[in-house]
Ligand binder design. Structure first.
Ligand code: IPE
Ligand code: IPE
Ligand code: MG
Ligand code: MG
Ligand code: MG
Length: 315
């Protein structure tokens, strides 16, 4: 058996037994969810409906995977996670903006998100577009004036998060997703890396920046985030075909016309591939000198929850 196959076998075994809902994760989720709003006094907001639309999407409960990643990287470096809460909030704001855009009629045309009406269904498309733009801009304002960071860290943090959105990140990935000209697995993998992996990678990097960790150690955790983000999108694509909106809280069967790993490999093989991808992510942690137990547990819990969703309709 190769080392990776070995890892996959160990991971498959772990996924069936090693489920821990630690109070640390619960505490982080409670704290993150309490941060998911923008006060009128936080900005020069004068437009009531825009403000309402921003807080509507931000306030709907997500998994906070990217925010948790920031906080767990902090704990990995033995730093108090609460002192990166604004960094985590900024990442979740960017993520929420990306979902609003992804759901638009001209994109995935979705009507359900986080168990509720999508932003444009509730507020109309023009307000929804402005909401996403405003959330992005508020996220950068938060980082640029972040009391948790010194001037150099703020500069690094803004540059880091900005690079998750544009030409080397989410927009580029979403563009590839829309056009879907190429249909090889490697093309889909690049799309996943750009549209989803990058924000996970940048979340891990932000945790390092807040912990004052740089150089190789930062890149190792960034790569962990990237590999985890790619696995996450593979599992999400399987969820899109294998489940129903009632369990996901969002529209399903939205990607049937797109070349996805499920369209190419079928559900079973796509799932095996996603598990291998999770093993790759865990492999990145091996060379990191950070404390890894929480990041590892988070990866296992997230994978387990998504696999459970995939199998939820089986009898
Ligand atoms: C959905 O992300 C978008 C993808 C990259 C697949 P999440 O599944 O993390 O969305 P929330 O934040 O939990 O709603
Ligand atoms: C969207 O991927 C990824 C983003 C960058 C927002 P999906 O279109 O698969 O996300 P869901 O399934 O609608 O959450
Ligand atoms: Mg999409
Ligand atoms: Mg979508
Ligand atoms: Mg999806």
């Amino acid at each position: 058996m190769s080392e990776l196959e070995d890892d996959v076998a160990i991971l498959t075994a772990l996924l069936s037994i090693d489920f821990q809902s630690t109070s640390l994760f619960d505490d982080m989720i409670i704290e993150l969810s309490s941060q998911m709003y923008i006060c009128a006094s936080d900005s020069s907001i004068t437009t009531d409906i825009l403000h309402e639309a921003m807080n509507y999407s931000l306030g709907l409960r997500g998994k906070y995977a990217r925010g948790l990643l920031v906080l767990l990287v902090m704990t990995g470096w033995n730093k108090p996670w609460r002192s990166a809460i604004y960094c985590a909030k900024a990442v979740e704001m960017v993520h929420t903006a990306s979902l609003i855009i992804d759901d638009l009629p001209s994109m995935d045309n979705a009507s359900l998100r986080r168990g509720k009406a999508t932003n444009h269904t509730k507020f109309g498309e023009p307000i929804s577009i402005l909401t996403a733009i405003s959330l992005l801009s508020e996220a950068f304002k938060l980082l640029a004036s972040c009391p948790e960071l010194n001037a150099e860290q703020r500069h690094l943090a803004v540059t880091c998060l900005a690079s998750s959105i544009g030409l080397n990140g989410m927009s580029s990935g979403q563009m590839r997703d829309l056009v879907s000209l190429k249909t090889e697995i490697a093309d889909i993998e690049l799309t996943h890396a750009l549209k989803t992996g990058t924000l996970f990678a940048k979340a891990a990097e932000l945790g390092c920046i807040a912990a004052n960790v740089s150089g190789e150690q930062k890149w190792l955790l960034s790569d962990f985030g990237m590999q985890l983000g790619k696995a996450f999108q593979e599992l999400d694509d399987i969820i899109d075909v294998a489940t129903v909106s009632k369990s996901t809280g969002k529209d399903t069967s939205k990607d049937t016309s797109k070349p996805t790993i499920v369209a190419i490999l079928g559900i079973k093989k796509a799932e095996q591939r996603a598990i291998k991808q999770v093993a790759k992510a865990l492999d990145c942690l091996k060379s990191s000198t950070a404390k890894k137990s929480h990041l590892r547990q988070f990866t296992l819990n997230l994978t387990r929850a998504m696999l459970a969703m995939i199998h939820s309709l089986e009898d």
